[in-house]
Ligand binder design. Structure first.
Ligand code: AKG
Ligand code: FE2
Length: 194
């Protein structure tokens, strides 16, 4: 179903995967993904990002994130059918995915937009959530009154398209509540592989 937010193009399916499928994919990815700590640039300083991550994709899907070049890891077996189903159902051509593991409520992702040049002017991104439910927030760049908070439960699929990245930032704030591990997968298409 579409979510109404002016200047954004969002869809949300709370049950793209059922509970059992979401749990078994979570368990498989915990084991199959070579989780690593990415270093990100914040105000010119390189720091460890507060989560574990892995850049996965076809060999030519090289991606620059927060000033660092990532050559993709190969697709883990458990992710191949997920990409195929997404591409089929959404009419997409995803060639890569950024996997993030938020170990607990202290792990987070700060305000950003996924507006790297490699994604083109109107990136289409599909975000699949697994494990613990966490709150995801969107905020308009110019008008802070235009915002949306969404609890991303396991198995839910959020898509962002059109001018969403141009007009909005998004974040996964840390939380003081006791929460378990969460995996998020943002499927993307790198347009100009180098
Ligand atoms: O964890 C999330 O839901 C958001 C992840 C995200 O924004 C990203 O990978 O760019
Ligand atoms: Fe993002």
């Amino acid at each position: 179903m579409p979510l109404a937010l002016p200047g954004a193009q969002l869809t949300f399916d709370p049950h793209w995967l059922d509970a059992a499928a979401a749990r078994s994919l979570f368990d498989a990815l915990m084991l199959q993904v070579p989780w690593e700590t990415h270093r990100i640039r914040i105000y010119g300083r390189l720091v460890d990002s507060p989560r574990l991550s892995c850049w996965i994709g076809d060999p030519d899907a090289v991606y620059t994130f927060s000033g660092t070049r990532f050559v993709p890891h190969d697709w883990p077996a458990a992710l191949r059918p997920v990409r195929e189903r997404l591409n089929r159902e959404l009419g997409a051509d995803f060639n890569s995915v950024l996997a993030n593991l938020y170990r607990n409520g202290a792990d987070s992702m700060g305000w950003h937009s996924d507006s790297e040049a490699e994604l083109g002017p109107q990136p289409f991104i599909a975000s699949l959530s697994l494990g613990a439910t966490r709150r995801f927030a969107l905020k308009n760049r110019r008008d802070p009154e235009r915002k949306l908070a969404l609890d991303l439960a396991p198995g839910s699929l959020l898509t962002m398209a059109g001018d969403t990245q141009t007009n909005y930032r998004h974040a996964l704030p840390r939380t003081a509540k006791p929460v378990g591990a969460r995996i998020n997968l943002t499927f993307r298409r790198i347009l100009a592989p180098r």
